[in-house]
Design a protein around this ligand. Sequence first.
Ligand code: IMP
Length: 427
Amino acid sequence: MPVIAVIGAQWGDEGKGKVVDLLAKEAKIIVRFSGGDNAGHTVVNRYGEFKLHLVPAGIFSLQAICIIGNGVVINPNALIAEIDQLNQRGVDTSRLFISDRAHLIMPYHILLDGLEEELRGGKALGTTRKGIGPAFADKVARLGIRTGDLLDKEVLLERLRFILNHKNAILTKVYGVSPLSEDDIYSQYCQYGERLAPYIRETTIMLEEALNRGEPVLLEGAQGTLLDPDFGTYPYTTSSSPLAGGGCLGAGLGPIKINQVLGVFKAYCTRVGSGPMPTELTDETGNLIREQGHEYGTTTGRPRRCGWFDAIAAKFSTRINGFTRAAITRLDVLDTLPSLKICVGYKLDEHTIDYFPANVTALGRCQPIYEELPGWQVPISDIRQYDQLPLQARQYLARLEELISCPTGLISVGMRREQTIMKMPIL
Ligand code: IMP
């Protein structure tokens, strides 16, 4: 039985939450493998509407085990609040586990995220200010504290004392702000430790056992490919890899175990935060897409930048993830538009190019070359069969499929779980 990675193929917010919620009923284990509470996965199902930031979107499945993998950075306060909220609304979290190798977001990470953004001034990255970048930087600098450290108060104190000295020097001497109190952080994190202890495990064994039993596993990505620190619009990226390859590292799984890589694409493009986006629309059409699609950040509430589907970026995304299937989401948002554009090339200075440049200055100068297709101008949210979609919608999807270069498995035509057209089996 397969391991399937569900990957954001654009700049995040593609609708991975809904796709994972939908596929979770077939899966035995769902592992969130990257990012932190910068993510916001919206799920609308029989329990209501949820905005999940850390807990895998598979939590609503009655039989699935949900793991927050080692590749995630965890703000314990945010996680406890999310668990409490789920429990209050009748969702069982007893099948949730946290890798003991996952790093913790500490109060100085959140503080430094804001201070660093302010220091960047006009070149601010537009981060979510959740401390994600500083937490991943500390992981690599070997200055991190992990969830497993919460289980031993002496280890926690020793680690915190050593690291906080260093952080307080930066806070006071570089940024001129007050130092943080060791006592306050220690007692707070001891409380978090007591609360989270039942969830913290060596999770790779659980995964291995499930695979040995042939049980289906879902790897739940966060953010999107074009925010990857290697392949995204660097430095306007996040700090962990949202790619399928990141799924192996962030869950603790060998690469040849992944059988299926599902790329989740919106039927248009959005981006939140700074950095180039060649097909961005700053006109009425962009506003219309934003309002029709309620394109405001799940985590920060910021308006998302909206634009036409960028097939150059999409092809790049397929190449570096190895998508075996695509999910096209939010097709219904385009219902009222008389015509639709797809970017099929970039004009960069005097040249026409068909690749996604690494250099953000060059990408910022790229002018999209568009193909135009007719819109369908009828509501499609109640349609459940592919062949019942209007001809123009099928033509649009067929062109996307051709450009993305992998078959479409699923089309989403609304927020709710059932507002989905299964074109081809995924699991
Ligand atoms: P950070 O991940 O908070 O450091 O933010 C870095 C960049 O990634 C910013 O442009 C954010 O807006 C963007 N970003 C982070 N998480 C998400 C997400 O879940 N969806 C969309 N954009 C995100």
